[in-house]
Design a protein around this ligand. Structure first.
Ligand SMILES: Cc1ncc(C[n+]2csc(CCOP(=O)(O)OP(=O)(O)O)c2C)c(N)n1
Ligand SMILES: [Mg+2]
Length: 328
């Protein structure tokens, strides 16, 4: 049985359900034309909920697009994240409000940002740590290398959380690296590297807890590789049937992480039908309210497009803006 108390296990389960329901509803909202492209996070909930469960409220989270709904675990309203996917400025939260950085779409470019923030915490004598999420594909990017190396050299309190779902859109892991495991890369940076089952929420939590403890106590960064196999399309614009192993996907879906944790908690006598139904109903209500709130917001002011781009807009932009404003 886990070291976590019953109430903590239930909270962890509740967070997984919240992330799962967000993902399922977001896909429906996309199909209904109510949000734009959406990066599906189905079956990544054990990684996202498990790793962040090891953080304190003052610690920082740096998400990639795959972790877009991760602010939910900090109480961020679903409407904010849905607005981000709608391309509405009210989806651009102030990172300081939640200690959650902006969702990073360029692959790996947020790793140096997270390393820098973590180093800053160290310089200030602040006990906070940063956790940065990125995929297997990101480990081939220069920015990942720069961030990881910098964090290690500076002994910055950073947790590098690699979501190894075996695919970077249609590029398989085998075409990404000759390394036997991604965790092996940690050796080259001089930091500990661990591999965990990415569908086992308690294993992810335990690895993250150790890494956070090490970072907070001055032991520097840790690389965690959470291994699984992407069981859904990369995003709503992707059709993986052209390249993925469909039998493997079927198999993965049978052992999906929320159901797996549910089963474990039921057997341990911690979880019952009533709690499961309530967790789902609460999450569904939050999503219904979230999309209604998002859609009720007025369209953004077109002038915002240029607001931080020019001190004095050139004449052609000023003319375009005047036209936009007339039609808006
Ligand atoms: C710098 C950069 N290059 C290319 C892309 C296009 N792109 C978007 S998602 C993606 C795959 C990334 O795969 P991975 O890092 O494994 O993350 P996953 O999507 O599997 O979570 C690529 C190449 C991008 N967003 N940024
Ligand atoms: Mg990947």
């Amino acid at each position: 049985m886990s070291e976590l108390a019953e109430a903590e296990l239930l909270e962890l389960y509740r967070r997984m359900v919240l992330l799962r329901v967000f993902d399922e509803r977001a896909l429906v909202y996309h199909r209904q034309g109510r949000i734009g492209t959406y990066a599906i996070a189905w079956n990544h909930e054990a990684i996202q909920a498990g790793a962040t469960f090891a953080l304190g409220e003052d610690d920082w989270i740096f998400p990639s697009y795959r972790e877009s709904p991760i602010g939910l675990v900090r109480g961020m309203p679903p409407a904010t994240i849905l607005q981000w996917w709608r391309g509405h400025p009210s989806g651009w939260w102030n990172p300081l409000d939640w200690n959650v950085a902006s969702i990073c779409v360029p692959i790996g470019t947020h790793v140096p940002h997270a390393a820098g923030l973590a180093w800053g915490k160290k310089l200030k004598g602040d006990p906070g740590v940063a956790m940065v999420f990125f995929g297997d594909g990101a480990t081939s990017e220069g920015a990942f290398h720069e961030g990881a190396n910098f964090a290690a050299v500076m002994q910055a309190p950073l947790v590098l959380l690699c979501n190894n779902n075996s695919w970077a859109i249609s590029t398989p892991l085998s075409a990404q690296t000759r390394a036997e495991t991604l965790a092996d890369k940690a050796v080259g940076y001089g930091m500990p590297g661990v591999r965990v089952d990415g569908l086992d929420v308690l294993a992810v939590y335990e690895a993250a807890r150790e890494a956070v403890e090490r970072a907070r106590s001055g032991g520097g960064p840790t690389f965690i590789e959470a291994v699984h196999y992407r069981a859904a399309p990369h995003a709503t614009a992707d059709d993986p049937r052209a390249y993925i192993d469909l039998e493997r996907v079927e198999e993965e879906r049978k052992h999906e992480c929320v159901g797996r944790f549910e089963e474990y908690l039921r057997e341990a006598g911690v979880l019952d039908d009533a709690f499961i139904a309530q967790a789902r109903a609460d999450a569904e209500d939050a999503m219904r309210a979230g999309i209604a709130e998002a859609e009720a917001e007025p369209p953004p002011d077109p002038a915002l497009l240029y607001e931080h781009a020019y001190a004095e807009p050139p004449p052609e932009i000023a003319a375009l803006l005047a036209k936009e404003l007339r039609h808006g």
